[in-house]
Ligand binder design. Structure first.
Ligand code: HEM
Ligand code: HEM
Length: 175
């Protein structure tokens, strides 16, 4: 079966780690009282989130140059679901950083990211700021739901079907 390129595999796993870490940090910061500790956790959240913004550009370019097709003997319904899930995951990787960035830059205050650099309050606009936060949180939930499906689908192929599909992205499975 045709494999993913080393670049696609590296980007998949780098981004999976960054995305899941950003998600976990968001839950942690949501439970914290206002204060400097929360600002620090939010700084890490933004840093991991912004790394997705950079990596997704490389990933979409790499994807554009080609990816292995799904196996021809896959039932059409299953292939359609897989494609749909992948589109939702790519969309989440784009929408999360963009809405996060717009939410911060339309807020009332500049936000210093761990003292490394500052995201300025460029155009304070309440409705836009709140709308972006709303979309950010909703897409995060859609992302989580799709990720759970994605992981179950991979487990199904790796453990039940044993058809070699999972090894396209998890090379050590093929040994
Ligand atoms: C934030 C987490 C994740 C995101 C955003 C994500 C996203 C994606 C996307 C978009 C693809 C399709 C690649 C393409 O054809 O263009 C893909 C494929 C794949 N992912 Fe993930 N993934 C994540 C986590 C995981 C995890 C935790 C596993 C392991 C259980 C996994 C295993 C795989 C496998 C095996 C494939 C290849 C499927 C195939 O051969 O068609 N992914 N992933
Ligand atoms: C892909 C990466 C990202 C993921 C998975 C993610 C996920 C989340 C989640 C789940 C929340 C909701 C926390 C809650 O209220 O329960 C959140 C909040 C937030 N995120 Fe992100 N985020 C990402 C990227 C970013 C980026 C790049 C920024 C800024 C540049 C950002 C800024 C924020 C801010 C300011 C909040 C707080 C919003 C509020 O208080 O309602 N996020 N994020």
């Amino acid at each position: 079966m045709q494999r993913y390129s080393v670049l696609m595999i590296a980007l998949h796993w780098l981004m999976a780690i960054a995305m899941i870490t950003a998600f976990v940090l968001a839950q942690v910061m949501d439970d914290m009282p206002r204060g400097p500790a929360k600002v620090t956790v939010m700084g890490w959240h933004v840093l991991f989130g912004l790394s997705i913004a950079v990596l997704i550009i490389a990933r979409l370019l790499a994807r554009w140059t080609g990816a292995p097709p799904l196996p021809r003997n896959m039932p059409p319904m299953e292939a359609m679901l897989a494609k749909l899930a992948h589109i939702v995951l790519y969309a989440a990787m784009l929408i999360m950083p963009v809405t996060g960035l717009v939410a911060v830059t339309t807020g009332n205050r500049d936000f210093s990211v761990l003292g490394l650099f500052t995201l300025p309050s460029l155009a304070p606009t309440d409705w836009l700021h709140e709308g972006m936060e709303e979309i950010h949180e909703t897409v995060a939930m859609i992302f989580l739901f799709t990720l759970v499906l994605h992981v179950f689908a991979v487990l199904w192929h790796a453990v039940i079907r044993r058809d070699g599909l999972a090894a396209r992205m998890i090379p050590f499975l093929s040994r």
